[in-house]
Design a protein. Structure first.
Ligand code: CA
Length: 228
């Protein structure tokens, strides 16, 4: 699980980062609101911890823009005890929860776990994209009803791409999420795996589109074929 922590007070940011890393989670930290917004638009996080009072840009306006852009990354706000209006506004804007400062990191972790349980409860165990059906808990893939054998890495790649059909995933994002590589090596491993996936899904290979010079996406007209 990958979490973005946005908090300008270095000491608090450090203690949150330490606590979350001890849970085995990947953590990125941003101290400025404007840079946090850029990070949220360029990378995919499972959850964001968002302080409200920030230099550059405040947390509520970040949350507002995310939701306007249909970005539903779970968000937990960090709020001051005195600011009831901010908490209410945050929840109305689509925050998943808030934690009032000062707090114990154990409380924050419990909130994160609760939010993740709720959001994964909404996720169906089957994901259908046109002729493609992924059974997530069983890690099975079917194309037009035919089961396709996949390695763990191939499945992870396909699962990642199908999270948001139509959205372009860059090679760097894919390397980070599927291979956990945090640099931009001159490797063509992503392209090699995409070719393997295309070969395996055979006649439906055009589902995976190349966006020249950027990365890959799942064709959106496939998404529109989703059953009601
Ligand atoms: Ca602050």
């Amino acid at each position: 699980m990958k979490i973005l922590v946005v908090e300008d007070e270095t000491r608090i940011a450090q203690f949150i980062e330490m606590g979350l890393r001890e849970q085995g989670w990947q953590v990125d930290v941003q101290h400025r609101g404007d840079e946090a917004m850029a990070a949220l638009q360029n990378r995919v996080y499972d959850l964001a911890i968002l302080d409200i009072m920030l230099p550059g840009r405040d947390g509520l306006s970040i949350l507002r823009q995310l939701r306007e852009q249909a970005n539903h990354v779970p968000v937990i706000l960090l709020t001051a005890r005195t600011t009831l209006n901010e908490r209410i506004e945050g929840l109305q804007l689509g925050a998943d929860d808030y934690v009032t400062k000062p707090f114990y990191v154990e409380e924050l972790i419990a909130r994160i776990q609760a939010v993740m349980r709720r959001s994964s409860g909404h996720e169906q165990s089957q994901r259908q994209v046109g002729p493609l059906v992924l059974n997530l808990p069983r890690r099975e893939v079917r194309v037009n009803g035919r089961e396709i054998e996949m390695t763990a890495r191939e499945f992870n790649l396909l699962e990642y791409l199908t999270r948001s059909p139509g959205r372009v995933y860059t090679r760097t994002q894919i390397l980070e999420r599927v291979w956990d590589l945090h640099f931009d090596p001159s490797t063509n491993i992503v392209d090699v795996y995409i070719q393997r996936l295309r070969k395996k899904i055979g006649p439906e290979e055009s589902l995976i589109e190349t966006v020249r010079g950027v990365g890959y996406r799942i064709r959106t007209d496939a998404a529109e074929e989703l059953p009601q």
